[in-house]
Design a protein around this ligand. Sequence first.
Ligand code: ATP
Ligand code: ATP
Ligand code: MG
Ligand code: MG
Ligand code: MG
Ligand code: MG
Length: 259
Amino acid sequence: MANSEYEYVKREFEFDRRLPPSNWIVVRIDGCHFHRFSKIHAFEKPNDENALRLMNACATAMLEKFPDIVFAYGVSDEYSFVFREETEFYHRRESKILSLCVSYFTSVYVMKWKDFFSNKELKEPPYFDARAVCYPNSKTIHDYLAWRQVDCHINNQYNTCFWTLVKSGKSEQAAQLALKGTFAKDKNELLAQQFQINYDDEPAMFRKGSSVYREKVETTVKIDDYGTPIKRPRLKVTVAHVDIIGPEFWENHQHILRE
Ligand code: ATP
Ligand code: ATP
Ligand code: MG
Ligand code: MG
Ligand code: MG
Ligand code: MG
């Protein structure tokens, strides 16, 4: 485009923040006012399975759209997306990366709503905030993901107790009071003794959150002249509800965080 006398407004006022090189980039998005959003759409408490599956479908679409995202972890109304260390996505421009991630995720959320809530009208536009944080090596990325999964565990254990008490007839205030100052062990005992619930039997998606990554799967690429299927390993975006705090998952999936 030809320069005009007004072009200085870009040259002198617009500045790009580029995220530092040789760092993993995490974009974390979080639903805005989802306490209210979940209420007006009558999400099941404490965990609406369809709402979580919709979030997972959006995250899967993100990995399919943006090859430089190597891993995603989601719980409740949040999702973290890990870009590979050497990504040159939009020359690492922070505002581009953030705005593309959050707008694409939100659009897919709206487009796929009906697939997960066929009987529920979308009453308000969902919207999400986003931030980017850089981590210098795979250890800190691992610790970041462990931090989110520990948070998932603590919140889910509390919410499971809270809503079990409320569903049994306690007021929200009384349930809150009953759980005040309790430790993890106390909460498990409360569930077991008062309600015959073994916390470990709760669905893994609720307890562990959702991890999204590419997994090698044997895929039929063609059938040869003798009718024998020719299989090749292909990377497919997968959702799993597994422990990502301990070393085991990462030992078995070394390609994900390879530096
Ligand atoms: P903010 O705008 O500050 O993020 P928020 O209302 O979204 O506020 P969060 O701390 O992000 O608050 O918590 C998310 C809320 O959304 C929780 O109250 C949770 O109960 C609700 N929520 C999100 N996903 C689900 C789900 N799958 N099932 C039930 N409730 C959900
Ligand atoms: P980038 O991703 O770099 O922004 P782009 O394809 O969006 O690439 P832009 O420079 O933003 O390129 O130009 C927007 C394009 O969208 C133009 O080519 C224009 O033809 C098309 N477009 C946008 N709005 C309209 C419209 N209302 N009617 C017709 N075409 C439109
Ligand atoms: Mg939120
Ligand atoms: Mg949240
Ligand atoms: Mg454009
Ligand atoms: Mg590094």
